[in-house]
Design a protein around this ligand. Structure first.
Ligand code: CO
Length: 510
């Protein structure tokens, strides 16, 4: 939609791809009576442009932007001007914008190398541009593909200027539900839901890009706080975190060894990740409340490979078995069978891999990470069925310990109760203000103490405890198996679309 509107852009671009992009998007605004669309409002009116000549990257934020070509050329020529000066020039020329970053990049064009130096290759971007816009684009097409930086900083909406994000892994329903694949009625329903899926796909692509960087980068010796901040900063940048429109969906889990879930460092935590650790990285991204919840296990010592293989296989089995009308108990049974077929030898001792039977996957609702349905990882006989339109996170945990977790250690994870007790007043004044902050900043999305710290909240522990005691806030302390054991986790989010299943968080890595 956005892309085809954009072709009505009336500004003439030069041959620099980025300015085409900028002018095309402005054209879209003009068609909308010079008012930004709801989508762009949501994106915070944020553009980032990178010239094809790679000498300048410019990021503009503001209320309304109507740049002209002279200004664009001027900025291009004078890549070295500073941010305040660029902002003033925009203002002097009557543009209501502020510029928050100008980055000068080196001239060696990596993309050109990757493309074998070909300049006039085939039109292959899936931008949806047609006609005049396509023609305009053609020359600088290849160069326009913007690559993610390391660490990841470029918003996904810049990498996908069409604002159409990649689909996840698709699979057809089986047996009695195979008719859905070709049903006209179900297809029509999906078309109506496109924006919803697109939001979820955007969250999923952010997850993939952030985690793939994290997997390459996390090394023994890093503090848990560094690890979490790397993931959280990457997520905020790529999803353009903006209140309830988009952002981090819950605290970054990085539980170690016998701790299976719900550990993230609090301020002052000096824990450093070790070569022999088994670390579960569990983080979430949301767009418009659509949450993608996905986790993997990070190890450095290959001795754990079989443990990881067991859990990855178990999670994939659960994902594969899932479908419309499938019973929870049957999925749990399939997961259990696969998980228990593995064993792992650690330090000369062989352990069976046990599913942690009191942990489950879950359905996901808007802004609610835990919907009403649970997906067991053992056969518990639950006859509840999965239904069309449901979003699920299937997460399985394998352990060399007892296969049961209990709560232990200092709490870091909290969430506002979905249904706040209406009859119980909040007595402490400090608890009232803290509760206001929680409502305003997180709503029903889980948060951790570090997220409160960065908002400038301090000395809140007593107030937080009283909110937990009164039932306004839930505490989610770490969940641990026996000391000395090792636990691993893999998790994927999928949606049961009317015609097929889409595993949103699937990547090349897991
Ligand atoms: Co989950």
């Amino acid at each position: 939609m956005l892309a085809s509107d954009a072709k009505s852009g009336s500004l003439d671009g030069d041959n620099c791809g980025s300015f085409h992009e900028l002018s095309l998007r402005i054209g879209y605004f003009r068609k909308q009576n010079s008012r930004p669309s709801a989508l762009d409002r949501r994106l915070g009116y944020e553009w980032r442009t990178t010239t094809a000549c790679r000498d300048l990257a410019l990021r503009v934020t503001g209320i309304e932007v109507t740049p002209n070509q002279d200004l664009a050329n001027d900025l291009k020529k004078k890549a070295a001007i500073g941010v305040p000066e660029a902002t003033n020039r925009m203002k002097d020329s009557g543009h209501l914008v502020t510029i928050d970053a100008i980055k000068v990049e080196s001239n060696d064009n990596k993309e050109e190398e990757d493309d074998g130096g070909e300049d006039d290759g085939e039109e292959e971007e899936k931008t949806g541009l047609t006609g005049a816009a396509k023609k305009k684009k053609k020359k600088s097409n290849k160069k326009k593909k913007i690559k993610q930086t390391e660490p990841p900083t470029i918003p996904l909406s810049t990498i996908f200027p069409s604002k159409i994000y990649p689909e996840g892994e698709l699979s057809e329903y089986k047996d009695d539900n195979l008719w859905r694949t070709t049903s006209e009625e179900k297809r029509a329903l999906e078309k109506q839901n496109f924006d919803q899926y697109n939001d979820a796909r955007r969250a999923a692509e952010v997850h993939r890009q952030v985690r793939q960087y994290a997997r390459r980068t996390i090394k023994p010796g890093m503090t848990m706080i560094e690890i979490c901040e790397m993931i959280e900063n990457g997520t905020r940048n790529l999803v353009e975190a903006n209140g309830f429109d988009s952002g981090i969906a819950f605290p970054t889990g990085c539980s170690l060894n016998h701790v299976a879930a719900h550990y993230t460092p609090n301020a002052g935590d000096k824990t450093v990740i070790q070569y022999g650790d088994v670390c579960k990285i569990d983080f979430g991204v949301h767009v418009g409340g659509r949450i993608v919840d996905s986790a993997f296990t990070l190890t450095f010592d290959p001795v754990y490979d079989n443990l990881l293989a067991a859990v990855r296989d178990a999670t994939n089995t659960g994902v594969r078995e899932a479908g419309i009308d499938v019973r929870m108990g049957d999925i749990g049974a399939a997961i259990q069978e696969v998980m228990e077929s593995y064993e792992v030898e650690i330090g000369g001792k062989t352990y069976p891999v046990k599913p942690i039977r009191n942990l489950t996957g879950h359905s996901i609702d808007l802004y609610k990470i835990h919907g009403t349905k649970s997906v067991p990882i053992v056969n518990n006989g639950d006859p509840t069925k999965m239904e069309e339109g449901d979003y699920f996170a299937i997460e399985t945990f394998g352990s060399t310990g007892r296969g049961i977790v209990r709560t232990d250690m200092e709490c870091s994870h909290y969430s506002r109760a979905y249904d706040v007790p209406k009859t119980i007043p909040i007595r402490l004044a400090r608890a009232k203000t803290l509760f206001d902050t929680i409502n305003r900043e997180f709503g029903t999305l889980p948060f951790c103490r570090r997220y409160l710290d960065r908002l400038g909240e301090d000395k809140y522990l007593l107030a937080l405890r009283s909110l937990v005691d009164s039932g306004h806030v839930n505490a989610h302390p770490p969940l641990v198996d026996v000391k000395g054991s090792f636990t691993a986790q893999y998790e994927h989010t999928f949606v049961l679309r009317p015609t097929r299943k889409e595993v949103l968080s699937r990547g090349d890595d897991y």
